[in-house]
Design a protein around this ligand. Structure first.
Ligand code: NAI
Ligand code: MG
Length: 356
C-alpha cells in the first residue's frame, strides 16, 4: 500500500526516538512491500525557536494531508519561561484540535521479563492487557469555567458537559476495538452521582446493545474501577471513559507494567489521520545522550499501522519483535535495573535487524 506518514520529532529526546520509529517503518515497508512517503515537520519548542510558533501552518497542512502522524514529545526547561508568548504544549493541543482527535487510546500491557519492576505483585499483574479509550475533547476540561464572589471570598466552577454524539462516537470506536481483541468492553462512569454520567451510561448501553450485541459489556463506577485496576487488572480488555476519569485512570494504569519507556498511545478522530506517540515526555535530563528507550515510540508505530493503515500483520510483527527483544535480555538504561544496557541506536538496530 502507499501511505503518507508525517513525523513530528519535537524536542528533547523526541528526535532520537522518532528516528528509530522511522527506521522501523522503513523496515516494515521493505519487508511487506509497502511504499511509505515519510516527511518531517517542526512542532513545539524547536518550532517556537525557528518560526515563533509551536505549530506552524505548514506542519498543520502536512498533517492534514497525511494518513498518520508519529510524534516524539514537546517541551523542556528552555521554553518554561512563564512570561513567554506561547508554549510548546500549545502545539500539541492545537494539532489534536485541528485534526478532530477525540479518542485517546492507551494500551497497558505487561512484559513477563519486566514484571518484577511493577509495584504490583507478579501474580496479580502478569498477563495484563488493557486498551483504554479516553474521550479527549469534551467533559470538564472544556466546559464553562470561572470564578465569582462568595461569602467566604470567592468560588470557582467547572462545568462538565457531554453530548449524545460525543459519547456515541468514542463508545463506538472502543466497541470496534473490543471486537478485534477479547470481546469485552467496560464503560466507566459515575452515574450514581453525576447527571453527565447518567447520559453517558444511557448512550453507551444503547450503542452496545444495538450495534455490538456480541460484546461482553459491563459498566463500572470510576471509584470502584480505581480499586479493580490495582486488584484485578487482568480482568479488563477494552475500557472506555470520559476525559477526566480517563486522565486519572490511565496514569494509574501506566504504573502497572513497571516502566514508562515502553508505553505508546494514539489519538484518533472519526476519519483523517491519527496521531501516535509515546506517553512519556521529552526527557530533557537525558536528551542528546543516546540512552533514551525508543521502544514506546516503536510500539507507537505498530499502533499507527494497525489503527490508521489497517495493517494488522505488520503491527503484530513489530510487537512480536519488541517482545522477543525484551525476552532476549536487551535493555536500555531505564529498564536495565543497574545492569548492562544498550544505547538508543543499538536498540533500534536490534529491532530493525530482527524485522529484516
Ligand atoms: P518525562 O516523561 O519527559 O520524563 C520523566 C522521567 O522519565 C525522566 O527522568 C526521563 O528521563 C524518563 N524518561 C522519559 N522517557 C524516557 C525514555 N524514552 N527512555 C528513558 N527514560 C525516559 O516527563 P517530565 O520530566 O515531567 O517532562 C519533561 C518535559 O516533557 C516537560 O517539558 C514536559 O512538559 C514535557 N512533556 C511532554 C509530553 C508530550 O509531548 N506528550 C508529555 C509529558 C511531558
Ligand atoms: Mg495525565
Amino acid at each position: 500500500m502507499d501511505a503518507n506518514i508525517v513525523l513530528l520529532p519535537g524536542d528533547g529526546i523526541g528526535p532520537e526516538i522518532v528516528v528509530q520509529g522511522k527506521r522501523v517503518l522503513e523496515a516494515i515497508a521493505a519487508k511487506f512491500g509497502h511504499s511509505f512517503t515519510i516527511s518531517e515537520h517542526p512542532i513545539g519548542g524547536n518550532a517556537i525557536d525557528d518560526f515563533g510558533d509551536p505549530l506552524p501552518q505548514p506542519t498543520i497542512d502536512a498533517c492534514k494531508a497525511s494518513q498518520a502522524i508519529l510524534l516524539g514529545a514537546v517541551g523542556g526547561p528552555k521554553w518554561d519561561d512563564p512570561t513567554a508568548k506561547t508554549r510548546p504544549e500549545v502545539g500539541l493541543l492545537k494539532i489534536r484540535q485541528e485534526l478532530g482527535l477525540f479518542a485517546n487510546l492507551r494500551p497497558i500491557q505487561t512484559w513477563d521479563e519486566l514484571v518484577d519492576a511493577s509495584p504490583i505483585r507478579r501474580e496479580i499483574v502478569a498477563g495484563t492487557d488493557i486498551l483504554f479509550f479516553r474521550e479527549l475533547t469534551g467533559g470538564i476540561y472544556f466546559g464553562d469555567s470561572g470564578r465569582r464572589p462568595h461569602a467566604s471570598g470567592e468560588e470557582a466552577y467547572n462545568e462538565m458537559v457531554y453530548s449524545t454524539g460525543e459519547v456515541e462516537r468514542v463508545v463506538r470506536l472502543a466497541a470496534k476495538a473490543a471486537q478485534t481483541r477479547r470481546g469485552k468492553l467496560t464503560s466507566v462512569d459515575k452515574a450514581n452521582v453525576l447527571e453527565v454520567s447518567r447520559l453517558w451510561r444511557q448512550v453507551a448501553d444503547r450503542v452496545v446493545k444495538e450495534e455490538f450485541p456480541d460484546l461482553e459489556y459491563e459498566v463500572v463506577l470510576v471509584d470502584a474501577m480505581a480499586m479493580h485496576l490495582i486488584s484485578r487488572p487482568k480482568d479488563f480488555d477494552v475500557v472506555v471513559t470520559g476525559n477526566m476519569f480517563g486522565d486519572i485512570l490511565t496514569d494509574a494504569a501506566s504504573m502497572l507494567p513497571g516502566s514508562l519507556g515502553l508505553l505508546p498511545s494514539a489519538s484518533l478522530g472519526s476519519d483523517g489521520p491519527g496521531l501516535y506517540e509515546p506517553i512519556h515526555g521529552s526527557a530533557p535530563d537525558i536528551a542528546g545522550q543516546n540512552i533514551a528507550n525508543p521502544l514506546a515510540t516503536i510500539l507507537a508505530t505498530a499502533m499507527l499501522l494497525r489503527h490508521s493503515l489497517g495493517l494488522e500483520d505488520e503491527a503484530k510483527a513489530i510487537e512480536d519483535v519488541v517482545a522477543a527483544t525484551l525476552k532476549a535480555g536487551h535493555r536500555t538504561k531505564d529498564i536495565a535495573g543497574g545492569g548492562a544496557f544498550v544505547s538508543t541506536t543499538e536498540m533500534g538496530d536490534i529491532v530493525v535487524n530482527q524485522l529484516g
